[in-house]
Design a protein around this ligand. Structure first.
Ligand code: AKG
Ligand code: FE2
Length: 386
């Protein structure tokens, strides 16, 4: 059985998907996502449960939409009222929620007329009387409507929804020089940005290796944590993924490490292990930097660069996005994205703020490598001025 936390996180995921991809509520309830019709839909009860959670998040506009969509389904089926009552969600609860939402949105006279209708139908319901006193009070004192949440984040939404490239693709090339092996099997490189440096490598991990990597994670995936300001590791609502570190040192890991060295020209002997991450539906990683804050630098070497290996395709959603650069990369199984987090002076480059957009459909698998700065002293020496 799912726990309350599971339900809450699932609804948060749905909310995030709806916000990011600007999905109309009625379509989403029918299972139509970005014009693609999926063979699934929500029922009235689920819509109303979502409406309730939207109220908890103080997103009253969406709450109203979900409630109305749910009510329509409710009304379309006469028998359902009995079933819902048996399941502990009688029609009167819908009225109460509707009144609460209208009250918060400032439509108090509409709320009042609905409430009076409800009181006529269910005179014995004490909570309706309580709602009436609350509503009268709000009308008397002229309580301000709840603030509209209007964080538009236009670039974020746009570049999560379709691929963004700030300039025409710079160029593609074969990388042949970082090791002798590359002369036989050059790496296919697509330059995405020169400053900050960012490259997409194509076809670097084989399907066979991906199967082996995923096998290594079996039974080990756990909710990922992030390091907070006080140095503790905690579950982060802005990082809803499961993950594990690949701590073994077998032939596969050695091969992947060599590949990472060939891709980056960095020494990765002392880097963190590879981390495999799995994002379910609605799974995402909010906007963050991979470089560390000053306080964290006392304990750790800073992360000069990050490599993200895409271990699956993602049918819908799941781009890696750099909102400040207006750049996004959609996962393609076997490819890998590399970028530098630090500038030439070794300072964190704010333009590298990035996020994994919510996965809409599918299961998103990536493997990341955070590369430490310390070992690169001869590979990329710091410059005090450029
Ligand atoms: O999953 C992604 O695309 C990015 C992951 C990431 O930013 C990280 O693990 O630091
Ligand atoms: Fe990151």
């Amino acid at each position: 059985m799912p726990t309350l936390k599971d339900v809450e996180e699932a609804i948060r995921g749905l909310r995030l998907i709806q916000w990011t991809y600007s999905l109309p509520t009625a379509e989403m309830a029918k299972g139509v996502l970005q014009d693609i019709h999926h063979n699934t839909s929500l029922d009235g009860m689920q819509c109303i449960t979502i409406a309730r959670h939207m109220v908890n998040y103080k997103d009253f506009i969406r709450a109203k939409e979900w409630l109305m969509v749910g009510l329509k389904m409710y009304e379309a089926d006469e028998e359902i009222e009995y079933i819902y009552s048996q399941l502990g969600m009688p029609l009167v609860d819908f009225y109460e929620l509707f009144v609460e939402i209208q009250d918060e949105l400032g439509s108090r006279y509409l709320a009042m007329s609905e409430l009076q209708l409800a009181i006529k139908n269910w005179p014995e319901k004490v909570s309706l009387q309580r709602a009436l006193s609350r509503l009268k009070m709000n009308i008397r004192i002229g309580k301000e409507p709840a603030e509209k949440k209007n964080k538009s984040k236009r670039v974020y939404k746009k570049c999560c929804s379709s691929e963004c490239r700030p300039t025409a693709k710079l160029y593609c090339l074969y990388k042949t020089t970082s090791s002798y092996f590359l002369r036989l099997a050059p790496l296919k490189m697509e330059l995405l940005s020169l400053d900050p440096y960012m490259v997409l490598f194509h076809d670097v991990v084989s399907d066979k290796d991906i199967v082996s990597i995923r096998n290594l994670t079996k039974g080990k995936l756990a909710r990922t944590v992030t390091v907070s300001k006080d140095g503790n590791y905690t579950e982060d609502p802005d990082r809803t993924t499961k993950g594990t570190w690949l701590v073994e040192n077998n032939a596969l890991i050695q091969r992947l490490s060599q590949l990472t060295q060939d891709m980056t020209n960095f020494d990765i002997h002392d880097a963190d292990p590879f981390q495999v991450l799995n994002y379910g539906i609605g799974g995402f990683y909010g906007i963050h930097f991979d470089f560390l804050e000053d306080a964290e630098l006392d304990n750790f070497s800073d992360r000069i660069a990050t490599a993200v290996f895409y271990l699956s395709d993602v049918p819908q959603g799941g781009a890696t996005i750099f909102p400040k650069l207006g750049l996004s990369v959609f996962p393609k199984k076997g490819s890998a994205l590399l970028w530098y987090n630090l500038d030439h002076k070794g300072d964190g480059d704010n333009r590298t703020a990035h996020s994994a957009c919510p996965t809409v459909v599918g299961s998103r698998w990536v493997m990341t490598k955070w590369i430490n700065e310390r070992e690169q002293i001869f590979r990329r020496p710091c410059l005090t001025s450029i």
